[in-house]
Design a protein around this ligand. Structure first.
Ligand SMILES: *Cc1c(COP(=O)(O)O)cnc(C)c1O
Length: 393
């Protein structure tokens, strides 16, 4: 029994590649090459060199003393907020830009909702001198002006998606359309462990550097590689996949996933896919997604733009339905309160996505000798205005 993807990209019943025929050559080129390319010593060397010198890895594993004292358990924070660009997303975009180069591609496209993945993609394209087009819904462009400005500053072209609800799923549709029309020179950088095979597995492998580091860092600090629990917030699921990766098949390590309940799972404004989702196809893979009775994807809601996604990746759908992972949903209010607490107890202002993970202590008790690693997926600079408005700072 494994919780990793099989060679067809399935996690239990979830995953696969449900794509239009016209996209098949693109996905097939990637699928038939990604494992071989990733295994090449020259790829590994360049990837790890950039993670070290450009991203700033390894990120620290920090023992949060005051927080541990308050909740009477041992809490470590994996500091992905210290990565260049302020979150874990760049681990994946560095990996994928190197993949694109190996495949001989000279043009990158991406979709973005809140703009964080767009910025991480524009960053690595600038680094490599490669043309970059980012699709973004018209409404998101208006809501996320600072990230749009960052992408432009980095040299990317931001194209407005004008169809449908003019948000993330529409930007994704536009990106797929572009890829169908430009199969030879273009690589599509997907930003989370979602999309058709091989994306979920490839992105999880790039993000797995997080748990690879946790293993040796915890060994140094606690004398053992395995914590009792690993905890992460889940939007599409990439920072969580990286945090769980080397522990997936170790049943002695508990896996806790935190989703955004928005205004509450009994309201219409939520993004808690495990609580509200049903089996369906989203962005080319079989997973759990929030949908109407006739299968149309419903618009999610969360105060945190990065968790505002109507599905989860197939790894997480499998972790949920199999019972391997424990899923907790946290409301806007609980997350904001937890974010303020971490700021004032540890001197770290987290991204609002990450604040959701810190709210678990209101939902769940731990033993005094438990070792818990929480992935601090990103820093809160980008969310300052939301914190200011919420707390009337
Ligand atoms: C994008 C983002 C997330 C959510 O994406 P995942 O793929 O679920 O990791 C979480 N935290 C931060 C800081 C983000 O920027």
């Amino acid at each position: 029994m494994t919780y990793h993807a099989n060679e067809k990209g399935y996690y239990g019943e979830f995953g696969g590649a449900f794509i239009p025929e016209m996209l098949y050559p693109n996905c097939e080129e990637l699928r038939s090459n990604y494992l071989r390319i990733m295994a090449e010593p020259s790829f590994q060397e360049e990837f790890h060199q950039l993670l070290k010198d450009y991203v700033g890895r390894p990120t620290p594993l920090y023992f949060a003393e005051r927080l541990s004292e308050k909740y009477q358990t041992k809490i470590y924070l994996k500091r992905e907020d210290l990565c260049h660009t302020g979150a874990h997303k760049v681990n994946n975009t560095i990996g994928q830009i190197l993949m694109a180069k190996k495949l001989g591609k000279n043009r990158i496209i991406a979709e973005t909702g809140a703009g964080q993945h767009g910025v991480a993609t524009a960053t690595v394209c600038a680094l490599m001198g490669i043309q970059c087009v980012v699709y973004m819904g018209e409404i998101d462009i208006a809501r996320q002006a600072p990230n749009v400005a960052r992408m432009k500053m980095l040299g990317a072209e931001v194209r407005s998606a004008l169809s449908g609800s003019r948000t993330l799923k529409d930007a994704t549709n536009e990106a797929i359309r572009d890829w169908i029309n430009n199969p030879v020179d273009t690589h599509y950088i997907i930003g989370s462990v979602v999309g058709p095979h091989p994306y979920p597995d490839m992105v999880a492998r790039f993000q797995s550097v997080i748990s690879e580091e946790i293993k040796w860092q915890l060994k140094e600090k606690e004398g053992r590689e395995n914590p009792d629990y690993v905890v992460a917030c889940v939007g599409g699921g990439s920072n969580a996949a990286g945090t769980y990766y080397h522990y997936l098949d170790k049943p002695e390590v508990g896996i806790i996933a935190v989703e955004a309940a928005g205004k509450g799972i009994d309201t219409t404004e939520s993004a808690a896919t495990s609580a509200l989702g049903k089996v369906g196809i989203i962005h080319g893979s079989k997973s759990l997604l929030m949908q109407t009775p006739d299968g149309q994807i419903t618009e999610p809601y969360s105060i945190s733009a990065g968790l505002d996604y109507p599905g989860v990746g197939p790894m997480h759908a499998h972790l949920f339905t199999s019972g391997r992972g424990e899923f907790i949903s946290v409301t806007d209010d609980e997350a904001m309160t937890a974010g303020l607490e971490i700021s004032q107890m540890e001197g770290i202002i987290p991204a609002i996505e990450t604040s959701h993970a810190f709210a678990i202590f209101d939902h769940r008790k731990f033993e005094k000798e438990d070792v818990i690693v929480i992935n601090l997926s990103g820093r809160g600079d980008k969310d300052l205005q939301t914190y200011i408005d919420y707390f009337k700072l």
